[in-house]
Design a protein around this ligand. Structure first.
Ligand SMILES: Nc1ncnc2c1ncn2[C@@H]1O[C@H](COP(=O)(O)OP(=O)(O)OP(=O)(O)O)[C@@H](O)[C@H]1O
Length: 249
């Protein structure tokens, strides 16, 4: 029996989530009974071999995709019965997304890109909060510049600022450092970790990179659609070792 206190400390809960693609003999069980709780203010990494279900996990947790069975609960909202319209609204207002491709609009300035989610939700932008977000992720670029004039690491930090500006319940990141060299990746991860520590921003990141996962408070390991292990914050070597063991299954 879940108590009110559980709901308050839990940002996302997944209960026996299954996601099956196709039917019969060709059915693929991308998620095969995943139950997990992400506590508020924590940073979780999700790792696993290719095809283990990481993207499906992120898409179901973020309300981008619907599980075949089981439940996903964001705060106190059960996503199961929500209409498409309500789900879109919820994603826009309560969730932040960061993808490997930065998805910035070059017809807009850096500032206009960052505040776009607020405009779409018809919410006012608070210049002081915007300045704090930008400072917190160490983004020192002119706000009137176009994204095409920025480096990859700067662009990804603009994308993170855009995800943070609505103060989302959860920020979901899919391979945010996948396109970056190691030095730039480190800058982005430092920025991300800082945002988590400063705002208590609940975050979930899918990554192939043990170094990126070493920034998270805990690492979930998926294999064949199931959570097979979990590590507390660990060094990249320890995470890589666990991944290597999974690869040998
Ligand atoms: N739309 C789809 N239709 C059919 N099968 C799918 C679909 N999406 C994913 N799958 C299958 O579900 C399983 C899990 O895929 P998923 O993309 O979640 O894994 P992943 O761990 O993110 O992989 P990768 O690391 O390669 O991105 C795979 O076997 C994949 O082929």
């Amino acid at each position: 029996m879940k108590t009110v206190a559980d709901a308050l400390t839990c940002a996302v809960r997944m209960d026996s989530v299954r996601k099956t693609y196709g039917e019969g003999a060709t059915a693929v069980h991308a998620l095969d009974g995943v139950s997990v709780e992400l506590r508020r203010g924590t940073f979780t990494a999700v790792m696993g071999p290719s095809g283990s279900g990481k993207s499906t996990f992120l898409h179901c947790a973020a309300g981008l995709d619907r599980p075949t069975s089981g439940r996903v609960i964001l705060g106190e909202t059960d996503l199961t019965g929500l209409s498409e319209t309500k789900l879109t609204e919820l994603r826009r207002e309560r969730i932040g997304f960061v993808f490997q491709a930065y998805n910035l609009l070059d017809s807009l300035t850096v500032e206009q890109n960052i505040v776009l989610p607020l405009r779409l939700a018809q919410r006012p932008s608070d210049p002081r909060f915007l300045a704090e977000v930008v400072r917190s992720i160490d983004l020192h670029v002119p706000m009137n510049r176009r994204p095409s004039a920025l480096s990859g690491g700067q662009r990804q930090r603009v994308a993170i600022a855009r995800a943070l500006v609505t103060r989302p319940d959860v920020m979901f990141l899919d391979e945010p450092t996948g396109a970056l060299d190691s030095r730039t990746a480190r800058q982005v991860l430092d920025a991300l970790r800082h945002a988590v520590d400063l705002w208590g921003q609940t975050s979930l990141m899918v990554t192939h990179d043990p170094f990126a996962a070493s920034y998270a408070d805990s690492v979930l390991f998926l294999a064949d659609g199931r959570i097979v292990d979990q590590l507390p914050r660990s060094a990249p070597e320890r995470i890589a070792e666990r991944m290597a063991q999974l690869g040998e299954r």
